[in-house]
Design a protein around this ligand. Sequence first.
Ligand SMILES: Cc1cc2nc3c(=O)[nH]c(=O)nc-3n(C[C@H](O)[C@H](O)[C@H](O)COP(=O)(O)OP(=O)(O)OC[C@H]3O[C@@H](n4cnc5c(N)ncnc54)[C@H](O)[C@@H]3O)c2cc1C
Length: 379
Amino acid sequence: MLERLGVQPADLEMSDAIGRFARAELAPNAAEVDRDEIPATRYVPQLAELGVMGMNLPERWGGIGATPVALILALAEIARACASTSSMVGAHYLATDSILIGGDDELRARYLPDAAAGTRLGAFALTEPRAGSNPADMATRATREGDGYRLRGVKHFISNANAADFIVIYAKTDPSAGTRGISAFVVDRRSAGVEVAPAEKLMGIRGAPAHEVALDCFVPAANRLGAEGSGFRTAMKVLDNSRLDVAATSLGIAEAALEAATGWARQRHVGGEPLARKQGLQWMVADMRTRLEAAWLLTLQAAVRRGAGQPFTDHASMAKLYASEMVGFVTDAALQIHGGYGFTREMPLERLVRDARILRIYEGSSEIQRLVIARAAFA
Ligand SMILES: Cc1cc2nc3c(=O)[nH]c(=O)nc-3n(C[C@H](O)[C@H](O)[C@H](O)COP(=O)(O)OP(=O)(O)OC[C@H]3O[C@@H](n4cnc5c(N)ncnc54)[C@H](O)[C@@H]3O)c2cc1C
């Protein structure tokens, strides 16, 4: 069955190893990471050792040449143990995919092998205080200065920004050209004029801090990704990939919630019998399983298309939309099955509910995914 879905034994081998690490190292500390807002970047060396930090990159650039299916399975394993960690890794992929897709070989060679080795962390900066769902609204400008550009503006909600070694910044080189006036640049985090604010106080994924970044910095022309005006196209391709990563994170969190719910329903007795015998709860579990399985199929289908070089933009959007809404339902139902205990911080349920909530918002909200899916239907 799994093979017919495009899952090869090598994909499973890789995710098994990552799953073992996630269960042994990430899961036992996930509550502490959340409670004390400990950045999940502390796991970068171990993740790099397992190949995770470069899993999205080909071997030529230091990656491990994993298939898109293997990437999904691995991220789901990580998210099942600690969603902050999968979000941190996802933000790193947003940055390295930008360089892989938009950059030339010189830039790829300068950044990607170190990024894959975990010695340089990336961040991706598209969003601004007044430009989220519609990047054309962005106000950050890149104006020619000497043999490079001056970047001026403010980016908002930038994951990994403080810990990052490099940030891929999207800025307008031609403000009159809408999305065709957007260009992308790799900026070293410690350049003069890159100011990272303290982390936002987040509802969930509290080990994956997001920051405002104020820019008034010089960047050499050699650090531009591709031609002037090609930044939006690059960002959209990067987001196609990352929407699968978000779907995978949704799957992992939902797996954790379903496992907790069935475990609780087996051992919790009400009225002399386990909750698992109550038909009302059985039906909840049946719906949780069915939606989780459907989300797996959509996500694997999109990953297989990506691996085969077929168009997958709307498939990635369907996977992200369905999986992120599925995990909202599954985590809420799992909390309900735990009754009052589920509402306490002693249990992981409330954390899973909080961590899942961002998945319907970032990397294109559910409403934006619907726009993408409908646009393809009417193309
Ligand atoms: C924790 C966190 C981490 C993040 N990490 C990053 C990062 O690393 N890099 C980065 O660049 N960004 C990041 N973001 C930003 C994130 O991608 C944006 O918040 C998201 O794209 C939504 O943009 P917005 O917040 O400006 O909402 P808005 O664009 O203001 O949207 C508000 C609401 O209106 C809806 N809406 C907007 N347009 C339409 C429409 N045409 N039709 C129907 N409904 C619409 C939206 O769906 C949403 O519900 C992060 C955000 C958070 C909270």
